[in-house]
Design a protein around this ligand. Structure first.
Ligand SMILES: *Cc1c(COP(=O)(O)O)cnc(C)c1O
Length: 221
């Protein structure tokens, strides 16, 4: 199946108002260019070096780039000048560094806070109470725009487990929106990947991040 056909099938099923982030990590710039020609303009990358290289290679295509991987504070300048959204903020230290970068560069950086929802120990992200702590002092991060939550469900064939993860993040999102009505940008819920995006839609996803189902298998991860 071609990238163009895969995109067509997914876009036909996605409700309007849900943003498709095409996850192009480990796939060559030519694949991104093909997706672009098919009308896809939002792409997600997870490694700073690869992100920066692709931004340069594909300049002029009107792409909206999202960063979705672990970001170390010493790699900010590879990512932040080009990222419309950093989806994967997973520590207060990173948040402080992004805010500081924004201040120095006179930019406001849009971020999602990554909530740890999967059962696996390895998955990154904040715990609920850490996010609460950050949002209570959201006003002190002058160069950050808090746009919502990102999460990855447990990687399993057990649909009930995936549903439980999505229900938890959806419930938490609703709770936060209630608690912080003044954070008017805080409304994105980025959940759902190739294997579970249809389920994520049932739990209020406003963004899905799909790689394999568009570009095929990755060589490594
Ligand atoms: C790789 C990745 C995806 C896409 O995964 P697929 O299963 O290939 O769709 C989505 N989100 C994040 C954070 C990723 O790292």
């Amino acid at each position: 199946m071609s990238i163009t056909r895969n995109l067509e099938r997914i876009c036909n099923e996605l409700p309007s108002g849900v943003k498709l982030v095409a996850v192009s990590k480990f796939h060559p710039a030519e694949s991104i260019a093909e997706a672009c020609r098919a009308g896809q303009k939002v792409f997600g990358e997870s490694r700073p070096q690869e992100f920066e290289k692709k931004v340069q290679a594909l300049a002029g295509n009107g792409i909206e780039w999202h960063f979705i991987g672990h970001l170390q504070t010493n790699k900010l300048k590879m990512v932040l000048p080009h990222a419309a959204l950093v989806q994967s903020v997973d520590s207060a230290r990173l948040l402080d560094a992004i805010d500081e970068w924004g201040r120095k560069n006179e930019r406001t950086v849009s971020v999602l806070l990554e909530l740890h929802i999967a059962a696996e120990e390895s998955k990154q992200g904040f715990y609920e109470e850490e996010i609460l702590d950050i949002l209570f002092r959201a006003g002190s991060f002058r160069n950050i725009r808090f746009c919502g939550l990102m999460g990855m469900a447990t990687n399993t064939d057990d649909e009930d487990a995936v549903r439980a993860d999505f229900a938890r993040i959806k419930g938490y999102m609703d709770y936060l929106r209630d608690l912080f009505p003044e954070l008017s940008d805080f409304r994105e819920l980025s959940i759902g990947m190739s294997g579970d995006w249809r389920i994520a839609l049932e739990y209020g996803a406003t963004m899905v991040r799909i790689g394999t189902a568009i570009f095929g298998e990755r060589l490594s991860d």
